[in-house]
Design a protein. Structure first.
Length: 70
């Protein structure tokens, strides 16, 4: 049994939406810093790294819940 398939659809959808919004928001802030050639704060660098790391886990979860066509 795959424990990742036990996560209810509604919970997964909420997590995916929150994650996507966080990535868009943090990415937009980073683009803003780059556009004015400013040094970005360490917290922003950490946030980008953590979001990238979490993306792998969310991708695996999403892939494990794909309905296979017969």
């Amino acid at each position: 049994m795959n424990p990742l398939t036990l996560i209810p659809d509604a919970v997964r959808q909420t997590v995916y939406i929150v994650y996507a919004c966080a990535v868009i928001g943090v990415g937009a802030v980073q683009v803003g810093f780059v556009s004015v050639n400013a040094t970005q704060p360490p917290a922003l660098t950490i946030a980008l790294a953590v979001l990238a790391y979490l993306g792998a886990a969310l991708g695996i979860t999403a892939a494990s819940n794909i309905q296979k066509k017969s």
